[in-house]
Design a protein around this ligand. Structure first.
Ligand SMILES: [Zn+2]
Length: 199
């Protein structure tokens, strides 16, 4: 009886390990599929590990490397907090505290962080598409927030609300290098010119 219990316990442990491991890799895989659609080519996503976070002293939430000719690499790397926010997004959007995105008010920390993470992800995906300029990548990324949210499992209405929230409350708080007066509906950076939809 005791031995059987131990066997069951070990089997459960092994199963848990594989489920957890599969979830983690599925998530990077899923993010890579979304970024590849935006980039228009196959790209990879690397999420910072727990250990990597402990020894990290950099501040940028996401990164794409460009070569000396201005050609982007084939992957984007993200801080652990960005990936965690993107992973929890589909469940977070169902919580009552997320309703603030519909009310045109600034949201509490975790909800705000989730919207921020979607914009960070969209921004780096635009870099992977070949855009070097930070403020252009931010503006075009903003216009992909709704798309990214939907692909990550958020409903259509809420994805629109997250994009509007990102435009109104996340976009303005970025450093000046990430903003441009050219970013507006019908402006030179509008990725859907002639379409009243914004962002
Ligand atoms: Zn950038």
């Amino acid at each position: 009886m005791g031995r059987l219990f131990l066997v069951v316990l070990v089997a459960a442990g092994i199963a848990w390990y594989f489920v957890a491991h599969a979830r983690a890799s599925n998530s990077e895989h899923e993010l890579a599929a979304v970024a590849s659609t935006i980039a228009g080519r196959p790209v990879g996503i690397h999420c910072q590990s727990f250990g990597g976070e402990l020894v990290d002293v950099t501040s940028e939430p996401g990164k794409v490397e460009f070569d000396q000719y201005g050609k982007p690499g084939d992957k984007a790397s993200f801080k652990r907090k960005v990936c965690k926010a993107l992973q929890r997004l589909p469940s977070d959007v169902r919580k009552p505290e997320f309703d603030c995105v519909d009310r045109d008010v600034s949201c509490p920390g975790r909800v705000h962080d989730d919207a921020w993470a979607v914009l960070v992800f969209a921004h780096e995906s635009i870099h992977l598409a070949g855009e070097l300029n930070e403020s252009f990548a931010q503006c075009k990324g903003l216009q992909n927030v709704e798309f990214v949210s939907r692909r990550l499992g958020v409903g259509s209405k809420r994805s629109k609300a997250i994009a509007k929230y990102a435009w109104k409350y996340v976009y303005p708080e970025a450093e000046e290098a990430y903003r441009t007066d050219a970013c507006f509906n019908g402006g030179p950076l509008d990725v859907r010119p002639g379409n009243p939809r914004w962002p």
